[in-house]
Design a protein around this ligand. Sequence first.
Ligand code: FES
Ligand code: FES
Length: 155
Amino acid sequence: MTVTLTVNGEQRSARAEARALLSDFLRHELGLTGTHVSCEQGVCGSCTVLVDGEPVRSCLMLAVQADRCRLETVEGLADGGELGPLQEAMLAEGGLQCGFCTPGVLMSLTYADRAGLSGTEAVDEVLTGHLCRCTGYQGIRAAIERHWQGKDTPR
Ligand code: FES
Ligand code: FES
């Protein structure tokens, strides 16, 4: 069937098999390869996107279920060539190494930001849903705190 949705403010349509995962649809049909796929079991969080404002594991959702939904992916966080504030904070604090987990982490953080979450418990809550093999989480934690404290983020 044809799936029509809004991604990062732009209406897109593409064909999807009934069994196609949303993660694969985003990457292969829409060319939005910023959404990463690792475990495909809903464990690692790397495929997290926002669907109608809610964080969703896109490897656990069918593309056809996203028909007529509003999606946000990591590609929507930057403004042209300019990184968004969360991305700047990650960069400033060394919150990534290989970067594989980063798009999913950023989307969960975007949700937390909008929900008005802050503080250590909120940081823990966000990171609970994401596996990072590289950073030991300290850089990510520092980036979140930097962002929530509204510090400047010089490179
Ligand atoms: S690839 Fe979706 S949670 Fe790991
Ligand atoms: S930066 Fe490599 S998995 Fe998180």
